[in-house]
Ligand binder design. Sequence first.
Ligand SMILES: Cc1cc2nc3c(=O)[nH]c(=O)nc-3n(C[C@H](O)[C@H](O)[C@H](O)COP(=O)(O)O)c2cc1C
Length: 382
Amino acid sequence: MNLYKKIIKPILFKQDPEYVHNRFTRIGVFLGNYLFLKRIIKLLFYFENKKRLGQNLFGIDFKNPIGLSAGFDYNIQLTKVLGDIGFAFMSGGTVTYNFYEGNKKPRLARLPKSKSLLVNKGFKSFGIKKVLDNVSFTSYNSAKVGISIGATNSPLICDPEAQVKDILKSFKYLMQNEKKDNFSYFELNISCPNVAGSGVLTDQDVLDNLLSEIRKIIGKKVLFVKFQAEIEWGEARELVKIMINHNVDAIIVANLLKKKTNYNFEKEEIQKIIDNDWKGNFSGKPVEKFSNDLIGKIYKEFGDRIKIIGVGGIFSAEDVYLKIKLGASLVQLITGMIFEGPQLIGKINKDLVKLLEKDGFENISEAVGSFWDNKINSEINI
Ligand SMILES: Cc1cc2nc3c(=O)[nH]c(=O)nc-3n(C[C@H](O)[C@H](O)[C@H](O)COP(=O)(O)O)c2cc1C
C-alpha cells in the first residue's frame, strides 16, 4: 500500500501548503543530521542501478537521471537527506543576493485535479550570505548539490541592468566563499515569472552580457541555465545560441507556466484561482507539454552542442522516459513528489530500468533523443 498517498497525503492536503512544506523541511534537516536515520531512509526509499542509470556528464557522476528542481529547498537545507531518498542531484535555491521575505500570501495553492501547484513565492530567500553560512554537506550517499541564483526580488531591482548587477554580485560572493567547491554546478535562473519587474531576462544582448560576465567570474565551473516554458521558438533558438557561445553546459527546460488558459487545467480549479484573483504561476502537469515541446526542438537543432535537463509534470517513469527519448539527458521534478510522496524517486528509477531493458538500452545515455529514430517513434505520443 502506498502509505503516503492513502494516509499521509489526505491529512497533509487539508493543511496550508506552505506550513506543510516548512514542517517537512524541518523534519528533513533533522533526519539528515543522523547517520543511522539516513541509513533507515535509504533502506526505505533508495534504489540504485548505476550500470543502466548512471552517466558521467560535465565531469560529474550522476548515479541516476533524477534531480530535485529549484524551489523546493530554496535555502539549501536538505543537502544531507535528499540523496537517501534517491535523488542523484539537487538544485538548491533559487538564492538571491539580498534577503526577501516572499510575495504576499497565499504563496502556494494546490490544484489536485490538474496535478499542479500555484506558486507565488517570488524568490523567498535568506540571501546568499546566510544560505552559504548555514549550508552543510555530507559525504555519505549525497546527491550532487547545485546552487540556483536569481536576481533579488525588490522594486529597486526591476530593470534588466539592475537584475544583472545583482546576479553578478551573488556569483562574486559565491566564488569568494570557501564552500564554492562543494557545489557541483551553478544554475542561473533567468526565468522566474513571480518577481518584481519581468523576472525574465530574455533580451539577447542582456543575456549575452550576463553570461560573458558570469564566465569571467566562475571560469570553467559547470553552468546550467534555467529557461522559461512559454517562449516562441524563434526567440528561444537565439537565446540557446547565446548560451552555447558562452559554453553553458546544460539548459534546464522549463520553469513555471503563466498561462491560465492551458487546456490541461481542470476547469473549476482554474476558475477558482481566477475568481479569487490569486497571483502566481503553475507547476506540474500543465507545464509538461511546453517542456516536452521545447526539449524536442532544442535537441533536434542543438543536441550535439548543449545538454538538456527536462523539467515539468514528471509523475512517473514513463514521464521521465519520454523526456529522455525527446532529448533530455537528465530530469528534475518537484510537484510529482509532493503529490505522490518521497518514494516516487526510487520507484521512478526502478521502473526506468524496466523500460530501458524492454527497449534494449544498456545505459540510459543510449535512449537520449531516441524518439527521433524512426524505429520507436510510433510508441510515443507527446
Ligand atoms: C513550490 C515551488 C517553488 C519553485 N521555486 C522555484 C525557484 O525558486 N526557482 C526556479 O528556478 N524554479 C522554481 N520552481 C519551478 C520548478 O523548479 C520547476 O521548474 C517547475 O515546478 C516544473 O516542475 P514540476 O512540474 O516537477 O514541479 C518552483 C516550483 C514549485 C512547485
